[in-house]
Design a protein around this ligand. Sequence first.
Ligand code: NDP
Ligand code: 8X3
Length: 254
Amino acid sequence: MTGKTFFITGASAGFGAAAARLFAAEGNRLILAARRVDPLLQLQDELGKRADIHIIPLDVRDREAVQGSIEGLPERFRAIDVLLNNAGLALGLEPAHQVNLDDWETMVDTNIKGVMYCTRFILPGMVARNSGHIVNISSTAGAWPYAGGNVYGGTKAFVTQFSRNLRCDLLGTRVRVTCIQPGMAETEFSQVRFKGDGELAAGVYRGTEPLKADDIAETVRWVVSQPPHVNVNTIELMSIDQCWGPFAINRQSK
Ligand code: NDP
Ligand code: 8X3
């Protein structure tokens, strides 16, 4: 995969930064978006020698900002080949009756609306060119329930079903859609979920070999490198140290 234009949301850390490094190394043109500017500038510094990089300080929850930044792209970045809808987060692990409602709204606004906005403003160009690929980062949390996953898992279930429905709308075009559902991966994700509590975050991965950001970037590379007639619909991947649990049973009933 070379000479393509990628739009990567959530490029300042984790999967997005790893994808940026991988696709820059292959000589692609990258648009990197996130709220934090410093890590984006560092990536531009690091990768700019190998690839043409355009950075956008962007909060994907801001519909007008998403529209403005896409419409305002420099000419050579306008024909986006791959949209990697990756920006997202989980906040908290409390049960639904105790959760902070602002956290729920932040997850909905970021994980659902951010994906909607980026897709809606980039997709028309892909359809007009009859070429392009939308890769959405969902999660095992969107397919399998767990205590405390409440709205985070709900937002990722949206991403999974939205991806499938996009495929239906795009049938008859050469625009591809893929949904990737990773399990536990060690990035800044748990730091964000536990609001900077390093001990809680480290506990998520203790004693395991979790997925790495590079594993997800490689998965993205694989799906976008398939021949144009091949659409990889969904990929679920987990660390070898993760698996499904049995049904939970309350034994305090009587
Ligand atoms: P990180 O926390 O390492 O990275 C998340 C990225 O999303 C950051 O670049 C962050 O940038 C960006 N982001 C968050 N909110 C916004 C926003 N409002 N606007 C723009 N960018 C935003 O986590 P991961 O790399 O692990 O997560 C990437 C995606 O993968 C997420 O959608 C996550 O839900 C999903 N995922 C993660 C798994 C894991 O175990 N790590 C497993 C399965 C899925 P900034 O803060 O600078 O805005
Ligand atoms: C992240 C994976 O299991 O922490 O989407 O929700 S999990």
